[in-house]
Ligand binder design. Structure first.
Ligand SMILES: NC(=O)c1ccc[n+]([C@@H]2O[C@H](COP(=O)([O-])OP(=O)(O)OC[C@H]3O[C@@H](n4cnc5c(N)ncnc54)[C@H](OP(=O)(O)O)[C@@H]3O)[C@@H](O)[C@H]2O)c1
Length: 329
């Protein structure tokens, strides 16, 4: 049946300005790293996208290599976009990235102008788009001069292939240097995408301060630690979970007794607050003043509902934050 988005879709979502840019993003964004490749059911991928948009989630995040196989998430997303979202392109913020291994040889990886520009051209073809809203350099390249990588981002924006430039996984010092180059080129960086959650605190060591100071937005990826910071693994490893899927990014071995003990304690605090652990984990990330959005993954529409309902729940108090902090230490 032809998709018709929910009329009330903008009523339940909160939109936050990305740094000091003109662009607002939904406080909850949906990432297509998992559950959109060729090994997943298209009807489920479609249901996730439709449901997210119905909830006011206007931002979908991709990368050249999402799949498996690499590129298939962009292809599948492009098909659903044409079939379902064609009339709503101007209500969507679509991002993609290049920076990890994508094709053989010296030009399919890292941060050269050659790689970034050809990769974005490929991504646009796979998605059937004329432009993406945000184009990221996916990770810092220790060999390519930072100027070359940033000039490639500036170039794609000037060509109209991307509306905004962004970076991901850059530590604070390199991020600050990248922001300075982009500003001088006249294409200020829109947003930084670091990994940040109750279990991943690195951005607190300087990056979040830099972002606030220079007015660049922040979208935290894997805010639920891939599902560990939810009730998913409280009683073992469910068959349909990421940890059971053979993903090298979340293995059963990573669910150590010590980690699961912390998850149980966090879950008890969330329950006391009358919410799910996933909701408390997202609220905890969004409490940061530098934070524009949390970038979640989902395998079920109910997981999107959990995230969206969190926006109506009470904020974490100073005492609760302290309690969380002391159990994580
Ligand atoms: N820039 C980068 O280098 C980088 C790296 C990684 C990810 N990302 C981006 O960040 C996005 C999100 O990453 P992620 O998937 O690791 O994020 P995440 O939100 O930490 O984990 C998502 C997983 O958690 C589980 N989950 C979500 N909501 C739940 C709920 N309410 N209750 C129970 N379980 C729940 C689901 O696992 P099940 O599948 O087991 O149900 C879901 O697939 C990616 O899609 C991608 O766009 C970027």
């Amino acid at each position: 049946m032809q998709y018709q988005p929910a009329a009330e879709r903008y009523q339940q979502m909160e939109y936050r300005r990305s740094g000091r840019s003109g662009l607002k993003l939904p406080a909850i964004s949906l990432g297509l790293w998992h559950n959109f490749g060729d090994s997943t059911r298209t009807d489920n991928s479609r249901a996730l996208l439709r449901h997210a948009f119905d909830c006011g989630i206007t931002h979908f995040d991709l990368a050249n290599n999402y799949g498996p196989p690499p590129g298939s998430a962009e292809e599948n997303f492009g098909r659903i976009l044409r079939e379902d979202f064609h009339a709503w392109r101007d209500e969507l913020i679509i991002s993609t990235k290049a920076g990890y291994t994508m094709w053989d040889g010296p030009y399919g990886d890292w941060g050269s102008r050659k790689y970034l520009i050809s990769s974005l051209d490929q991504s646009l073809k796979r998605m059937g788009l004329e432009y993406v809203d945000i184009f990221y350099h996916h990770r810092p390249d220790p060999e390519t001069p930072l100027e070359e990588t940033m000039m490639a981002l500036d170039q794609v924006v000037r060509q109209g292939k991307a509306l905004y430039a962004a970076i991901s996984n850059y530590p604070a010092g390199q991020a600050a240097a990248a922001f300075k180059i982009l500003r001088e080129l006249g294409t200020p960086c829109l947003i930084h995408q670091p990994k940040y959650s109750l279990f991943e605190r690195q951005p607190e060591e300087g990056l979040l301060d830099v972002l606030q100071r220079v007015g660049v937005g922040c979208i935290a990826f894997s805010p639920l630690a891939g599902g560990v910071l939810t009730d998913r693994y409280l009683h073992g490893i469910p068959e349909d979970s990421r940890a059971a899927s053979g993903s090298r990014f979340l293995t059963a071995g990573q669910l150590t007794a010590d980690k699961m003990h912390k998850v149980q304690q966090l879950n008890a605090i969330a329950q006391r607050r009358g919410q799910k652990l996933a909701q408390m984990a997202l609220a905890w990330v969004l409490r940061q003043p530098a934070m524009t959005s949390v970038l979640i993954g989902a395998s079920k529409t109910s997981q999107i509902d959990d995230a969206v309902q969190m926006l109506q729940q009470s904020r974490l108090s100073a005492e609760e934050l302290q309690e969380i902090e002391s159990l994580l230490r």
